[in-house]
Design a protein around this ligand. Structure first.
Ligand SMILES: N[C@@H](CCC(=O)N[C@@H](CS)C(=O)NCC(=O)O)C(=O)O
Length: 230
């Protein structure tokens, strides 16, 4: 029997975007409800997710929240090319590699990127940007040496791209559009060629860029930054 899937989402949210990539890649039909994040959450939505965050997934009436857990649930429920299910040492190793990559991307690099965007002075922004590229070079670049074009030599998207794709889109787009220093991306082709090649493939994939609205995300980020600076 086909499952009834409903995604509570907002297309500007990178975390919710993860669920869109997984659902698109697994070709699962779903209904979506856009949650307006500019106003307090309704009592109805707080019944769905008491934390008030997006995404939330309703799967045959069962609610699953937290984007990484939603993506994991979908990959587990629908075994596919995204990630092998466990059960053998080979599969467990492939899973460990993917999750180590995702952990490295977020724990070593992405925080510096975020710091560069939200820095109070140009000096602070450049310092964070330098650290971002340094960490990409040291920690992330080696993990993409066999990307072909996706993680681990895969020709198709993997769970690594499901979890990082929305952030890769923003990472390349925002500095080009006047958000954050250009030094965040300027040297990527020469200093992190594996990473740069991989990002190019990631952002071109229709499952990744299907709900991407660059203009809106750039404008939204600029507005958030202006509000913080005021
Ligand atoms: N850890 C959560 C983070 C989700 C999150 O922060 N969502 C933001 C939008 S990008 C949100 O719902 N914010 C609403 C609010 O803070 O009121 C996840 O991975 O699902």
């Amino acid at each position: 029997m086909t499952a009834t899937i409903k995604l509570y989402t907002n297309h500007g949210c990178p975390w919710a975007h993860r669920a869109h990539i997984a659902l698109a890649e697994l070709k699962l039909p779903f209904e979506e409800e856009i949650i307006d994040l500019s106003v307090p959450r309704t009592a109805e939505y707080l019944d769905v997710n008491p934390r008030g965050l997006v995404p939330s997934l309703s799967y045959n009436g069962q609610i699953i929240t937290e984007s990484a857990i939603v993506a994991q649930f979908l990959a587990d429920a629908y075994p596919s090319h995204l990630i092998p299910n466990g059960g053998t040492p080979e599969a467990a190793l492939a899973r460990a590699r993917i999750y180590f990559f995702v952990d490295t991307f977020f724990s070593k690099a992405n925080g510096h990127y975020h710091k560069a965007l939200f820095a109070k002075t140009e000096g602070e922004a450049e310092e964070a940007s330098g650290e971002f590229v340094k960490q990409l070079e040291k920690e992330v670049e080696p993990l993409l040496s066999d990307a072909a074009p996706f993680f681990g030599g895969s020709k198709t998207l993997t769970q690594a791209e499901v979890l990082t794709g929305p952030f890769v889109l923003r990472l390349l787009s925002l500095p080009k559009n006047g958000v954050g220093p250009e030094s965040l991306i300027k040297d990527l082709p020469t200093r992190t060629p594996n990473f740069y090649k991989w990002t190019t493939a990631v952002i071109e994939h229709p499952s990744v860029n299907g709900i991407w609205n660059e203009e809106k995300v750039v404008a939204g980020t600029k507005a958030r930054l202006a509000k913080l600076k005021a």
